[in-house]
Design a protein around this ligand. Sequence first.
Ligand code: NAD
Length: 76
Amino acid sequence: MKEKISILVTGGAGFLGSIMVPALLEKGYRVTVLDNFMFKQNSLATSCADPSFCVVKGDARDESVLKKLKKKLKKL
Ligand SMILES: NC(=O)c1ccc[n+]([C@@H]2O[C@H](COP(=O)([O-])OP(=O)(O)OC[C@H]3O[C@@H](n4cnc5c(N)ncnc54)[C@H](O)[C@@H]3O)[C@@H](O)[C@H]2O)c1
């Protein structure tokens, strides 16, 4: 079976991410969103049921968060 390519989208719950993330999932990518949800938005609600989708609440400027995500994505 062909392995899925993983994509990290920072700020993915925003305007651009809410369009791009469902499109990437539709194309067969595995998508992880890192967002701090500063607007308390639920723009990715429809993507949550997709097993190839993962969301992490955190600050994209936080190096430790990015390091953890990098490790996790390498394992996928
Ligand atoms: N209805 C519309 O037409 C509309 C609405 C919004 C934006 N826009 C346009 O879209 C473009 C911007 O879209 P966008 O998606 O880049 O911006 P956005 O503001 O819509 O989204 C930014 C996302 O990044 C997140 N974020 C911010 N700081 C963060 C941090 N430090 N760590 C993690 N997450 C963080 C926010 O929570 C948000 O989800 C602009 O051109 C704007 O004019 C259009």
